[in-house]
Ligand binder design. Structure first.
Ligand SMILES: Nc1ncnc2c1ncn2[C@@H]1O[C@H](COP(=O)(O)OP(=O)(O)OP(=O)(O)O)[C@@H](O)[C@H]1O
Length: 306
């Protein structure tokens, strides 16, 4: 299976939501799409799902234009049927006439997916009384129960607290690995992106600015935008002629030094303290206060054209 996006442009009036986007989604792995609000993530996912068509370019699976049935989509508030049980909700897509799945197979597949997502004990419960986390597991199960070539996720954890999300993300990762599935996953969460991504795609103003393994993106960003986007705090940026140098505060060692520069502000990061000075910020292992003096030593410096 090969999912490709070739030179795709999608405009809405004056807005170029996607601007000549090309991308290869490797089979059996997780591609995570990140980017600021409005960068085109949902537009891209809708095209992959076959819910929308590009103005130019092509989205194809094995050389054929993508169709609605080729992918399964799960989003933040997967609408469930409150009068049906958990098992009936999950079985729903398989019971549609188009699915043509024989009844015993439906039961086997539903049972298996409920077990993988640790909600088999809820199988005969009505959805109405479930917690937010349990409901989202049901929504994910209903996507995973289908046998399709690509599973698409649009911020499935957006309305869950971090700890709940962590548990579900870990389960998703394990299931994807065990079954060798292909996922495309949109998120705003840096933590989720790093936990899941084999390939991370960074969108900015409708363009793919960089796509690579997460470690590669962190260690070798192509642009100031990518360097800053994946950092934990605002970059220290200095313009020098036709170059810009940048450091990430978490990669700047802060050492108390009587001959150093004054600390202006301290924010506890848990663990570590973000320390701001007139000459940039760094992260200290020891608590400091405004007025203390420190030395800043970057462990990594990026240089880009201005
Ligand atoms: N149906 C539409 N009609 C008009 N404009 C649209 C439509 N869908 C998307 N857009 C515009 O296209 C751009 C990209 O939107 P999109 O929803 O894909 O971004 P996003 O990265 O998913 O944002 P967010 O993170 O906020 O969900 C935005 O400027 C948005 O306003």
């Amino acid at each position: 299976m090969s999912l490709r996006i070739d030179g795709v442009t999608r405009t809405f009036g004056q807005v170029r939501a996607l601007d000549e986007v090309s991308l290869n989604v490797p089979t059996g792995s997780i591609t995570v799409v990140v980017g600021p609000s409005g960068s085109g993530k949902t537009t891209l996912l809708r095209l992959l799902a076959g819910l929308d068509a590009p103005d130019a370019g092509e989205v194809s699976i094995d050389g054929q234009p993508v169709t609605l049935g080729a992918t399964a989509l799960c989003f933040q508030d997967a609408p469930l049927y409150p009068h049906l049980t958990v098992a009936e909700n999950v079985a729903f897509p398989l019971r549609l006439r188009a699915s043509r799945t024989p009844r015993p197979q439906v039961e086997t597949r539903v049972g298996r997916v409920l077990e993988m997502l640790h909600i088999d004990h809820l199988a005969s419960r009505r959805v109405a009384g479930l917690s937010g986390g349990q409901r989202q597991r049901v929504g994910i199960a209903r996507a995973l129960v289908r046998e399709v070539q690509v599973y698409l996720f649009d911020e499935p954890m957006a309305h869950l607290d971090e700890q709940l999300a962590r548990g579900i993300v870990a389960d998703l990762r394990r299931i994807q690995r065990e079954l060798g599935l292909t996922f495309v996953y949109i998120t705003h969460s840096r933590e989720e992106a790093f936990a899941l991504a084999d390939q991370m795609v960074i969108l900015h103003e409708g363009r793919v600015v960089q796509a690579d393994a997460p470690q590669q993106l962190v260690e070798a960003p192509d642009s100031l935008f990518v360097a800053g986007f994946l950092g934990r705090a605002e970059l220290n940026v200095e313009k020098q002629g036709d170059r810009v140098t940048a450091t990430r505060p978490e990669e700047v060692t802060v050492t108390p030094d009587p001959a150093g520069i004054a600390v202006q502000e301290v924010v506890y990061l848990g663990p570590g303290w973000l320390v701001r000075t007139a000459r940039g910020a760094g992260v200290s292992d020891v608590p400091l206060s405004p007025g203390d003096t420190v030395r800043l030593e970057p462990r990594r410096v990026f240089t880009f054209p201005a």
